[in-house]
Ligand binder design. Structure first.
Ligand code: FNR
Length: 380
């Protein structure tokens, strides 16, 4: 059958699989180890059912808008930072950044992006909300340089991923020996960085650069940003010094204790996430971790959520449990595989429409009406 960008997530994934090289599909679909946490992320949604209210005035249209860090956005849906997007379509980040920009929804650029800051910013469009996700470099000069370039390119919010200072045991990629960064995919920020050029002693993008130099620069960026050394709380001050008062969020928080520490260290928010089950096999399902974090820090921090969101009902549950926004990863990639920008637009518009209908049918006129009273926990 011809691959189609279905409105059903599972059909969408199945048809994307047909369009993609097997290693690209597996890189995105897979997780760590036995992929128990990939499954736990989905299972966590099934533990909650929506208990709708009826006969409420929810016409003519549900208002999904919300305000995050002084910006009002049309819906609480954000592009999760996802690297190496040219694996899924040659237009990669340009397409995803363009579509999120057109919808006025925040786009998060990954440090492992296959497109540099300037090109993502241009594709995303002037004045649109852009966030930058940092894999914290072990070299302070590079840290400063990446953050400074991000700021200059109009990235407003810093998302620091703290669960991936080393890669998880990803069996699908290990079995294939597939590591995109070695092949120069997902290293563009490093290749373009002026301080990296100084350190290397050459510009890998110069006309006269050799293949070997390009490979060296790719390896350098990869080692410096996922180097096997965990960032520590005591160094949060370095980020603040460079990023200033603009918002900083930690992504990859699962424990309420860590959320409280994020508050103590002056961060602006946390993103409850287990990296889509790609880091620790057996880690708790992401939605299972959300309620305790909401309970611990909701009054003080902005709380984002990702992991396993596949439908409007999933977004509804995360928001009703107290998340301020959600991020979507894999569904966007499967859309991207279907004709680039067109496929991404299809996925994002479908999610928005699905959410809008679900919110209304559950008896809510806006996000303010959504809370835990609209959910029941499944027994047994
Ligand atoms: C990711 N994720 C990720 N996270 C991050 O902070 N920086 C990154 O570069 C990447 N890269 C990346 C690549 C691919 C192919 C995937 C699938 C995921 C994790 C991502 O931001 C998010 O946490 C999960 O994808 C959310 O789960 P779902 O929506 O994919 O189930």
């Amino acid at each position: 059958t011809t691959p189609i960008a279905s409105t059903n997530y599972f059909k969408l994934e199945a048809s994307a699989k047909k369009l993609l090289a097997p290693e690209a599909y597996d890189y995105a679909a897979g997780g760590a180890g036995l992929e128990k946490t990939v499954a736990a992320n989905r299972a966590a949604f099934d533990k909650w059912h929506i208990l709708p209210r009826v006969m409420r005035p929810v016409q003519p249209k549900r208002d999904l808008s919300t305000t995050l860090f002084n910006r009002t956005i049309p819906a609480p849906i954000i592009m999760a930072p996802v690297g190496v997007q040219t694996l899924f379509h040659p237009t990669g980040e340009r397409s995803t950044a363009a579509v999120f920009g057109q919808e006025g929804l925040p786009y998060t650029q990954s440090t492992a992006s296959s497109t540099g800051f300037a090109n993502v910013a241009a594709a995303n469009g002037a004045g649109n909300p852009r966030w930058y996700q940092l894999y914290w470099p072990s070299d302070d000069d590079l840290l400063r340089s990446y953050l400074t370039t991000a700021k200059k390119s109009g990235f407003e919010v810093l998302v620091v991923t703290v669960d991936t200072w080393d890669l998880g045991w990803r069996t699908r990629d290990l079995d294939r020996g597939f590591f995109p960064f070695i092949n120069g995919v997902g290293v563009q920020i490093g290749l373009e960085d002026p301080v990296a050029h100084e350190k290397l002693g050459f510009d890998p993008l110069a006309k006269n650069a050799t293949e070997e130099q390009k490979q060296m620069a790719a390896l350098y960026h990869t080692i410096v940003t996922s180097r096997g050394v965990s960032p520590v709380w005591e160094n949060v001050g370095k980020l603040r010094e460079i990023w200033g008062d603009a918002p900083i969020l930690l992504k990859g928080v699962q424990s309420a204790e860590d959320a409280k520490l994020a508050m103590k260290y002056g961060l602006d928010g946390v993103i409850v996430s287990n990296h889509g089950g790609r880091q620790i096999d057996g880690a708790v399902g992401s939605l299972d971790a959300l309620p305790a974090i909401v309970e611990a820090v909701k009054r003080n921090l902005t709380i984002g959520f990702d992991g396993g969101i596949r439908s409007g009902a999933d977004i509804f549950k995360a928001l009703a449990l107290g998340a301020d926004f959600v991020q979507v990863g894999r569904p966007v990639l499967w859309g991207l595989a279907h004709q680039g920008e067109k496929g991404v637009r299809h996925v994002l518009k479908s999610l928005l429409a699905d959410l809008e209908i679900t919110v209304g049918l559950a008896g809510c006129a806006s996000l303010k009406d959504m809370d835990r009273s609209l959910l029941v926990e499944k027994r047994g």
